[in-house]
Structure formats: C-alpha cells, structure tokens
Design a protein around this ligand. Structure first.
Ligand SMILES: Cc1cc2nc3c(=O)[nH]c(=O)nc-3n(C[C@H](O)[C@H](O)[C@H](O)COP(=O)(O)OP(=O)(O)OC[C@H]3O[C@@H](n4cnc5c(N)ncnc54)[C@H](O)[C@@H]3O)c2cc1C
Length: 329
C-alpha cells in the first residue's frame, strides 16, 4: 500500500479536503499494512468509498483509506438463488447492472445509487421501497485489532439508514455476501414507481430498473454537474399518535414496521426552503431534501445552511431533522 501525506479526498460534494495520510486499499494485505501504520504512529483510521455520503472537513486527521477491493465471487448457486460475495470497492450501480445481466434479481430498485458496495451496509442503503438489508447474508470485516470476522445478518443491526457499522468506525468492510433471487422479484408499491410503470401489464426486473433510473435522473441533481451528497436529512420517524397529528396538517406518513416515516422533503418544502439558495449553497428546486454546492461552498457554509433548514422545520413543526451523511474530520 502506498501511504502518502496530504492525500486529496474524492467526494461528490465538491469539498476540497486532504487527509494527514492516505492511500488505497486494493487487497486484504493492504488492510493489515494500514492497521500497522496507525498503531505504530498512534493515529485514527477512517474508511472512504466514493465519498457520496460524507461531508468532509478541509483537513482529516490520521490515515484515510480509499477502499478499492473489487471482484464478484459466486459462493453457491441453485435454481432459485445465488449467494455472491462482492468486493467492498466495487461500484454499487455497476454491480446492480451486472446482477441484472446475469439474471440475479432483487436489486433493481436500488439502481443508480452512487457509491461503492462496502458503504452499502453502513447506512443500509434504500430506495423505492427496498433496502439492502433484505439481501445481505453477511458482511466481511477486518476489525481494529486486525482480526478478520464475518458479521452475520442478525448481528448487523440493520434499521432505517443505520446498522452496527455506524457504531464501529474501526471495522473495515472488505466484502459483502448477498443472496439474490433467480426468479424475478417485482416490488413496485412505491407510488412514483407504480405510476411510472402503469402502462406495463407485467413489468420485468429490467423495466423496474429502467423506471427507477428514469425517476432518479429526473428528480436528483447529477453530482458531476451540481455537487451534492443525495438526501441531506433522514426521513423523521414518528409514533402513531404523532403521525395522525401530522396527517391532519396535510403531511404524508408511511408505515415503517410499527412506526411511521414522514417525508423530510415535504417538511422542508412546507417550511419554505425549497429552491432557496444562499451564496453557493441551496436546497435543490426539484427535491429540497438535497442540499447542493453550486460551486465554492465550504464545509462550514453547508453545515450552517443545513442547520438553518433544520431549525426552520423544528420551529414550524416541532420535528427535529437528523443529518444523513457522516461529517468526517
Ligand atoms: C445523488 C445521490 C443520490 C443518493 N441516493 C441515495 C439513495 O437513494 N439511497 C441511499 O441509501 N443513499 C443514497 N445516497 C447516498 C450514498 O450514495 C450511499 O450512502 C452510498 O452507499 C455511499 O457510498 P460511498 O462509497 O460513496 O460511501 P462514502 O460516502 O465514501 O462513505 C459513507 C460512510 O461509510 C463509511 N465507509 C465507506 N466504505 C466503508 C468500508 N469499506 N468499511 C467501513 N466503512 C466504510 C465511511 O467512513 C462513511 O462514514 C445518494 C448520494 C448521492 C450523491
């Protein structure tokens, strides 16, 4: 592993940021080299994928490792399912397309989510009525002591945009084991998706993926043109009583197990922030949940704008918004 000082960090928010030390991890032996380096120099270690769900301070302390271990290995295959191990550094969207081309189904609704496979379990990526946790059998990690361990699904503590990996920042995810179906699994109950596919009598998994790609491309800013980190806030979770109160005020509430999810986008919109821009930071006009860096915004410009948005929502609706991306320093 080539560890360099003042290592420039890639991120979709367009924030200039450097790590004290950094390098790419391309194989398991690099992980052990990185751990030796931080132990010898008494530094902290941070993992980074494609930087699409992080807000980076200008300078990150310690060693930042860009995870680039790739590869797709079939562990088991029957007529009904395939068990596949995917390297943490593989592109998520490319793996979704590869799985479709190999007739492995289930991930269509998660098409076009930016980032790498290894970050998927960290926040349990989800979209259009599907979460990654539905397919995860186990996650292979190297822990802070250098021990290689397999974390079984039941120990991943998956929840809405959360998992055990958020609480274990010194675990390096090296691969993810997924169980995908060999029979089409069509999930189109999400209203926008159902509407996009309403003219098809029996949509195929490819139709679902194309539907999702079309919806996402129409609504979300492409980070290559308008730097952003996707949803800036999580959808707030409320209990049954609060959901009835909010619905009486015209808000949408979606059942999520025994609780309800409100739409953070709708709250931000109703609080008057949709399309609002201050300097180079703003709420995206087509999807106010996305905060955009229009050019030269700094990390503190973005965080202070986000704080004002959250404050506006709290003041009007007594709902506290929580950040979705991780702030790394
Ligand atoms: C336009 C846009 C749309 C998006 N849409 C969605 C969406 O629909 N649904 C959704 O859930 N997310 C969405 N996101 C957020 C983001 O794409 C996902 O969270 C993605 O999984 C992040 O991947 P990454 O490789 O960029 O992770 P990074 O941003 O690099 O890292 C995210 C976190 O995971 C940790 N991490 C990364 N890799 C590892 C590893 N190998 N081991 C241990 N920890 C690791 C990092 O330390 C960091 O805390 C969107 C983002 C953008 C920019």
């Amino acid at each position: 592993m080539n560890i360099q000082p003042q290592y420039a960090l890639e991120n979709t928010f367009g924030l200039p940021s450097k790590a004290q030390w950094g390098g790419a991890i391309e194989q398991i032996s690099d992980v052990h080299e990185a751990l030796d380096f931080v132990q010898t120099n008494n530094l902290k270690l941070t993992c980074l994928g494609a930087g699409s769900n992080v807000i980076l301070q200008p300078q990150l302390a310690g060693l930042v490792c860009s995870i680039r271990i790739t590869g797709v290995v079939v562990l088991e295959e029957t007529d009904e399912f395939v068990l596949v191990e995917v390297g943490a550094g593989a592109s998520w969207h490319e793996f979704v397309l590869e799985s479709l081309s190999r007739s492995w189904f289930g991930l269509e609704n998660l098409a076009l989510i930016p980032g790498l496979v290894g970050a998927g379990p960290v926040q349990n990526i989800g979209a259009y009525g599907v979460e990654l946790s539905q397919f995860v059998v186990a996650v292979n990690v190297v822990d802070g002591e250098g021990a290689e361990r397999q974390v079984a699904h039941k120990d991943c503590q998956f929840a809405y945009r959360s998992s055990v990996f958020k609480a274990q920042p010194d675990w390096i995810i090296v691969s993810v084991v997924l169980r995908l179906s060999k029979l089409p699994l069509i999930e189109i109950s999400y209203p926008d998706l159902e509407n996009a596919l309403k003219d098809l009598a029996a949509p195929s998994p490819e139709d679902v993926a194309q539907g999702v790609i079309g919806l996402r491309s129409g609504k979300l800013p492409n980070p290559a043109e308008f730097a952003n980190a996707g949803s800036f806030f999580k959808n707030p979770i409320v209990n049954g009583e609060q959901s009835i109160e909010m619905q009486a005020q015209g808000f949408k509430a979606f059942a999520h197990g025994e609780v309800f999810k409100l739409s953070a986008a709708q709250l931000i919109d109703r609080a008057g922030w949709k399309g609002i821009r201050r300097g180079d930071v703003g709420c995206w006009p087509q999807q106010p949940l996305v905060i955009v860096n229009y050019g030269g915004a700094s990390c503190s410009d973005i965080l202070s704008f986000a704080e004002d948005v959250a404050h506006g929502v709290k003041e009007q609706y007594q709902i506290q918004l929580e950040l979705e991306p991780s702030v790394l320093s």
